[in-house]
Design a binder for this molecule. Structure first.
Ligand SMILES: [Zn+2]
Ligand SMILES: [Zn+2]
Ligand SMILES: [Zn+2]
Ligand SMILES: [Zn+2]
Ligand SMILES: [Zn+2]
Ligand SMILES: [Zn+2]
Length: 508
């Protein structure tokens, strides 16, 4: 087919639509033209009558009446009188020449429609919208100052043989028919211009429909998909930047004073036993049948026993071994409050309020900016509302702990534990999570990518909503090893102080 540029040029190509049928196009044109014949003829002759009247009496188109009366009637008359024969001519031509010729007929139809449209539009300025406006006495004073004769009244007077109401009704009915003619003429022009049956053609019949849909739903989609997420992200940024000011320092963790048994008063009464205990595998065999707490208590018997069980020089290696050997292997775990080994047989249980920090440290995941944008700021399908799990965080539950912790004041104990959770959450924010006593790097919970410094978002592992709890650092600065840097002078610090706090915690 000719007119190849319609399917795209200079590398640009319109989107693909379904293939149309030229046969249908022709069918529609003929059908619409058939519908047009009668209203078009009546409208044309109605406009002609009115036009000739104004022609005879030019004062009808002068002050105080609308100056466009004559022009509008002329255009309607020309439009109607041209459309009428063209209906038959174009129908005959369509029989003979098709394809791109349909576009030409469509353009002619469009030109005629424009002519008619201007005439009809101008008439609307001085005609009442319906026959109601032609009723007495409204019609006598239509669009003139009180006391003046309306255009219809003057026309009736000049004609001599009609009333103002009659003139008005005649003009309004001709105008109504011209409007319906215009409507069908526009449809004919549409079908003619968008004639191309090719899928990629810019003149595919469905093209304007697609444009219309895009124009109608495009802006809301752009706003919903692009603008709102950006606003949400910016808002989140601002909020987190603001809270960053309040959340810059590390949590102060007070180490509970360590119990110091009065070794000075102990005497080694059985040095032979000590000699045996010093041998590690013998000690570990004994420990096999003990609970960790018993081992700790056992070590308190005397300084010598303590040094045999927990040799100060070898604590790093001895403690894990003891932890591994004592207590029942299947049910062994750390005390919730002090992390000492406990098992089913040696644990104590208390009914206490839950610890909110635990959920944030164990299940909440950091999200990078990109993932937060895609999974939360955009409100995608299945998007979860911000986390509300805190409601159930403090509900009472049975907690397993060592017997020593079970005898402590629960409020104080929980406060200390929460501070440790805060520090842990902070460390996770800085990219370090402690798993089984070893630090592992933290990655984005979604894309598993490296987390850069900057604003950080958190997602609850329980409900998958965004976690906005203050326990999570909203902002993470440049990666730094806080544990080493925090002191003024490194040389003054002891080896122990240089160690990360969690090492001490996990070594208990
Ligand atoms: Zn045990
Ligand atoms: Zn404990
Ligand atoms: Zn959280
Ligand atoms: Zn993602
Ligand atoms: Zn949640
Ligand atoms: Zn990510």
């Amino acid at each position: 087919m000719a007119l190849d540029f319609l399917t795209g040029c200079f590398g640009w190509r319109p989107t693909k639509l379904s293939r149309a049928s030229e046969k249908h196009t022709r069918g529609w044109i003929w059908a619409l033209k058939l519908v047009l014949v009668i209203p078009c003829a009546i409208a044309a002759f109605g406009a002609r009558d009115s036009y000739l009247r104004v022609q005879r009496h030019p004062e009808l188109s002068q002050e105080p009446y609308n100056e466009n009366v004559r022009l509008s009637l002329l255009l309607t008359y020309i439009g109607g009188i041209a459309i009428f024969p063209w209906l038959f001519i174009s129908s005959a031509l369509l029989l003979q020449w098709q394809g791109p010729w349909i576009l030409l007929y469509g353009l002619v139809d469009f030109g005629l429609a424009i002519t008619l449209a201007v005439g009809v539009g101008l008439q609307a300025e001085f005609l009442p919208g319906s026959f109601k406006g032609c009723n007495f006495p409204k019609v006598e004073g239509w669009q003139v100052a009180p006391g003046q004769k309306s255009m219809f009244a003057l026309a009736a007077e000049l004609d001599g043989n009609s009333t103002a109401k009659g003139v008005c009704k005649g003009m309004v009915s001709a105008w109504t028919l011209a409007v319906s003619t215009l409507f069908f003429q526009m449809l004919v022009a549409y079908v003619g211009i968008f004639f191309d049956e090719r899928e990629w053609s810019i003149l595919n019949p469905m093209r304007p429909v697609v444009w219309l849909i895009v124009a109608l739903i495009g802006p809301p989609i752009i706003i919903h998909d692009r603008l709102f997420p950006k606003i949400r992200l910016t808002f989140s940024y601002l909020k987190k930047t603001f809270f960053r000011m309040q959340f810059t320092r590390d949590v102060k963790i007070e180490q509970p004073p360590q119990f110091k048994p009065p070794y000075e008063f102990f005497q080694v009464s059985n040095p032979k036993l000590m000699d045996v205990l010093i041998i590690e595998h013998v000690l570990l065999n004994i420990v096999d049948y003990m609970h960790y707490e018993d081992v700790v208590n056992f070590s308190l018997v005397s300084r010598a026993v303590r040094e045999a069980v927990f040799p100060p020089g070898d604590l790093v290696h001895r403690v894990p071994k003891l932890k591994e050997r004592c207590c029942e292997a299947a049910t062994k775990k750390g005390c919730l409050y002090c992390n000492k080994r406990i098992c089913f047989w040696c644990k104590a249980q208390r009914f206490l309020p839950g610890l909110p920090g635990r959920r944030h440290v164990t299940t909440c995941q950091p999200y990078c900016r990109k993932c937060y944008y895609h999974h939360f700021a955009r409100h995608p399908r299945g998007y979860k509302k911000p986390c509300k799990c805190r409601i159930t965080d403090r509900s009472h539950e049975f907690q397993d702990m060592c017997r020593a912790c079970a005898s402590k004041d629960p409020v104080q104990m929980q406060t200390i534990r929460h501070k440790r959770y805060q520090q842990e959450a902070r460390d996770i924010g800085y990219g370090r999570r402690v798993l089984n006593g070893e630090a592992v790097k933290v990655f984005c919970g979604c894309c598993k990518g490296e987390l850069k410094s900057g604003i950080r978002w958190w997602v609850c592992g329980k409900c998958k909503g965004e976690c906005r709890d203050a326990i999570h650092p909203p902002y993470v600065g440049k990666r730094r090893d806080r544990d080493v840097e925090s002191g003024e002078n490194e040389d003054e610090k002891t080896e122990e102080a240089k160690e990360p706090w969690w090492r001490k915690w996990s070594a208990l």
